[in-house]
Design a protein around this ligand. Structure first.
Ligand SMILES: [Zn+2]
Length: 335
């Protein structure tokens, strides 16, 4: 299902190349550092030169809100469709699974879940997905890729253990995690190192690969993700301040950048330490020369501020800007 080690490289905002730490996915979730070869780099260059086949790929917003329950939006979640099938989930916040149902997606088509971080508004609906999968013909294991842990947050694998192990809160679903127990499929956790400026890439299938880079979200281990499908690059900031300055490099040349618009211009204090201001979003989108900037994770403090937000972004980025709503679909604008 997954390839072995592959290498790729990304240019960061300062113009230096970041070499990827490549990690194979396996049933054991083992991490393994690979070696770079000339053939790998050539292959990466060829892949980077691929044109986006926009007819085959679609991004659907399952949750355009943050943690608030009175914003009339589901919490964070995105679905990537390819060739008419829902293949990847990026985040699975509360309410996103109701919109998954409304989208017409099928659980048995999913090939991975990517988590930006484990805050409730990005992760709370996973048990709902696992339970619902029981009623589907799903047979294929489901990789769950997310950050490693620290003193505040469990690693992705520990989080799954705390939920689904025989001692976990949802121990009645432990068959989906414990190898010895019979079930139609398993959750396969993969912890992504949360060290700054280290890019990790995973191959999902012949036509889809994903990459993650750590981003700063206060003390919470957090990742930005990129999905590469049929030559299209879709990048997701997750929640982040730009203190690590890693997103522009990951997002370079993206067809769509989903940036989280959780604070307004002039934000201060704790919120400012956790999130990007509109001018920072504009600066990143401008440096990365993304084709379409989609603003999501909208909260009451940014809802109603769209005109000011757009003005601040347009001072630094002259591409297309859209504000996300639940269930909207976006096709890559192409090159
Ligand atoms: Zn959030």
């Amino acid at each position: 299902m997954f390839s072995n080690n592959r290498q790729w490289r990304l240019k960061n905002a300062a113009g230096t190349w970041l070499l990827a730490l490549t990690l194979p996915l396996s049933a054991q979730g083992a991490a393994d550092k690979g070696k770079i070869t000339a053939a790998d780099i050539v292959a990466a260059d060829i892949a980077a030169a691929n044109q986006c086949d926009a007819k085959r790929v679609k991004l659907q917003v399952l949750g355009s809100g943050g943690p608030e329950l009175d914003d009339r939006r589901a919490s964070s979640g995105y679905l990537i469709w390819m060739d008419g099938k829902a293949r990847l989930l990026v985040d699975i916040g509360s309410g996103s699974m109701l919109n998954f149902e409304r989208s017409g997606a099928r659980i048995e088509d999913l090939q991975a879940l990517l988590l930006s971080h484990l805050h409730v508004d990005h992760s709370a609906d996973l048990p709902a997905l696992v339970k619902a999968a029981f009623f589907t013909p799903r047979q294929q294991d489901l990789p769950v890729l997310g950050p490693s842990g620290n003193y505040l947050m469990p690693s992705t694998s520990d989080w799954l253990t705390q939920l689904f192990s025989p001692q976990g809160a949802y121990r009645y679903l432990s068959e989906y995690l414990v190898a010895e127990q019979r079930s139609s499929f398993k959750l396969i956790p993969q912890n992504i190192p949360a060290k700054p400026r280290q890019v990790s890439e995973y191959r999902i299938n012949d036509q889809i690969s994903v990459a993650a880079v750590p981003v700063h979200h206060g003390p919470i281990p957090a990742l930005a993700w990129q999905v590469r499908a049929a030559g299209c690059k879709l990048t997701f900031s997750g929640d982040m301040s730009n203190r690590y300055q890693t997103l522009a490099g990951l997002a370079a040349g993206s067809d769509i950048l989903v940036a989280h618009n959780a604070v307004p211009a002039g934000a201060r204090g704790v919120a400012r330490g956790l999130h990007m201001t509109p001018d920072e979003i504009g600066s990143i989108a401008g440096h990365a020369q993304v084709k379409l900037l989609l603003l999501s994770h909208r909260m009451k403090r940014t809802l109603g501020q769209e005109a000011d937000t757009q003005t601040a972004i347009q001072a630094r980025y002259n591409g297309d800007i859209r504000f996300a709503d639940d269930l909207q679909q976006f096709v890559p604008p192409g090159r």
